[in-house]
Design a protein around this ligand. Structure first.
Ligand code: ZN
Length: 523
């Protein structure tokens, strides 16, 4: 198979500027670092000046080229091999380089500064002040963030397209583009007052992985695609992983969305249309992926737990994603005056809820596995007055496991407890509804092997681990081989402003991602 890692003839930056210099490899690095930072600047200006379409569409790319040429003229060969973890693509793949001398090896050099700037910049598209990030599906800020991502993809030379719900795809055409592509990506929506790394690392990091491969002179055989999934978070319409569930072909979700409204009673389709999507009515079948569209899918993500940081391990290789299920439960009693109604005459809906919350903990612990978890995240009492016996209670329960059957046993036990508690306390179990019950996903063994090999090549220690949070990968696993890369995050914090991952850790994740993508693209 003809694979061109670093032949000078193939060292063409995406805009088509051919640099036939003896120091082409390192000059391109400097050139690219320059144009990336510049691209950032131009994008900022472009968004500010979006009311001037001629600037956006004509001047910005031209300015990029002018500055790129200036950088080319003034740049000195820098950024080659300064990182001790750099390994050549030839070494990793086993394919010899075509014409680079050993003094200018094609290297995997992540542009950390630009990547950090992009993460910081993306975080400013937020409905709450920094360091918190709030970016809700189809809001003005979400639309701006989407424009930012699409521009970055275009600057990286990717062909950009969007589907009817706004999943965004950036494609680097492979030499055998008819083959199933290799996908990678994550999400950039953010729950209220969360942080700037969840999901973002897997989107901006994926674009940087592509840039890194391009700089190294790599030529993909299978096309590589960066995907930005719509609405991984359930904030607006109560549905998590909306985009990836639809990609995986969920007819049930496509149907449910025709009825879905947000808390301001805006329908899903009105919101989507306002953001420029769903222009062809309510049929979302065009979003469903065709069978075999991806040969593999990878997601880079912060761990959202403390293990990697505690153990000082830079890379987590996910072997399975725990399967979530959630339930809504309502109890109803008679309520009454907190002083006048004596204890024997009460049927307290609040106490029924409290007893069920404890039963959830008990049933989860009974499974005997640390992988089984259960949480009562919402417990509401009505009317919520200190001198009134609760007449209604509402619980929302989340339970997860990597073993679907074990998790389903827990759900059944919770249901039985709810029935028993209602009977014993003389309250009515007015609702017990399993909202979702997704199957767990196992990572593909051969991709895990590729990731292990990539980590070893990069001299990065790694740990095989389970993802206890779920991700778009859970749904991509229904239509493709799948695996995930975790990187450490500060104290495991996530979904709050303190969320943090160091750029060194992010860059390590990007390198493992880039090498694994390269390998999968050649399969
Ligand atoms: Zn996420």
């Amino acid at each position: 198979m003809p694979v061109h890692f670093c032949s000078q003839a193939n060292r063409q930056p995406p805009c088509g500027l051919a640099l036939n210099s003896p120091n082409g490899c390192s000059i391109i690095s400097a050139w690219w670092i320059g144009i990336s930072s510049l691209g950032n600047y131009i994008m900022r200006k472009k968004i500010e000046l979006s009311s001037f379409p001629c600037f956006s569409s004509i001047m910005a790319p031209r300015l990029s080229y002018v500055f790129a040429l200036m950088l080319f003229v003034f740049s000195s060969p820098v950024h080659s091999n300064e990182d001790p973890t750099i390994r050549t693509m030839e070494e990793f793949s086993g394919y010899p380089s075509q014409s680079c001398s050993t003094s200018t090896p094609s290297s995997l050099s992540v542009d950390k500064e630009t990547l950090q700037n992009q993460i910081d910049e993306l975080s400013t598209f937020s409905d709450t002040p920094g360091p918190s990030v709030t970016r809700i599906l189809y809001s003005e800020k979400d639309v701006s963030a989407r424009r930012y991502i699409k521009n970055l993809m275009a600057l990286s030379g990717l062909a950009v397209r969007e589907d009817a719900v706004g999943n965004i795809f950036g494609r680097w055409e492979g030499s055998e583009s008819e083959l199933a592509a290799v996908g990678t990506g994550s999400h950039v929506d953010a729950i209220p007052y969360s942080g700037k790394y969840d999901g973002v690392v897997g989107v901006l990091g994926a674009i940087e992985a592509i840039n890194t491969l391009k700089r190294s002179g790599f030529q993909p055989r299978r096309s590589l695609e960066v995907i930005m999934f719509t609405s991984e978070e359930p904030t607006r319409f109560g549905i998590s992983c909306l985009g990836s569930r639809l990609l995986a072909g969920s007819e049930q979700l496509a149907q449910a969305l025709t009825q879905a409204t947000d808390d301001k009673n805006v329908s899903f389709f009105d919101a989507a249309r306002a953001a420029g999507y769903a222009t062809d009515g309510q049929d979302l079948s065009s979003v469903f992926l065709r069978k075999g569209e991806y040969s593999a899918f990878l997601e880079l993500h912060i761990e959202q737990g403390p293990l990697l940081e505690e153990e000082g391990i830079p890379i987590g290789i996910v072997t399975a994603i725990a399967a979530p299920a959630s339930m809504k439960v309502n109890f109803e009693g008679n309520g009454g005056h907190a002083g006048a109604v004596l204890m024997p005459h009460r049927n307290d809906a609040g106490l029924a809820a409290a007893e069920l919350a404890l039963a959830v903990e008990k049933h989860v612990l009974e499974s005997g596995s640390v992988d089984t978890v259960g949480t009562v995240g919402i417990l509401e009492l009505h009317p919520g007055a200190i001198n009134s016996i609760p007449s209604k209670s509402h619980l929302e329960i989340d339970t997860r496991d990597i073993d679907e059957q074990r998790r389903n046993v827990v759900i059944e036990k919770i249901h039985q407890s709810a029935l028993t508690i209602a009977k014993n306390r003389g309250v009515k179990l007015s609702e017990f509804k399993v909202i979702n019950q997704d199957p767990p996903a196992l990572s593909d063994k051969s991709i895990i092997k590729s990731m292990e090999a990539a980590s070893q090549e990069l001299n990065l220690s790694y740990k095989l681990m389970i993802s206890r949070a779920y991700h778009d990968s859970l749904f991509m696993a229904r239509v493709s081989r799948m695996a995930m890369i975790f990187i450490p995050c500060y104290k495991g914090y996530s979904h709050k402003p303190e969320e943090f991952a160091s750029i060194d850790n992010i860059a390590n994740g990007v390198k493992v991602l880039a090498l694994t993508l390269a390998k999968l693209s050649l399969e």
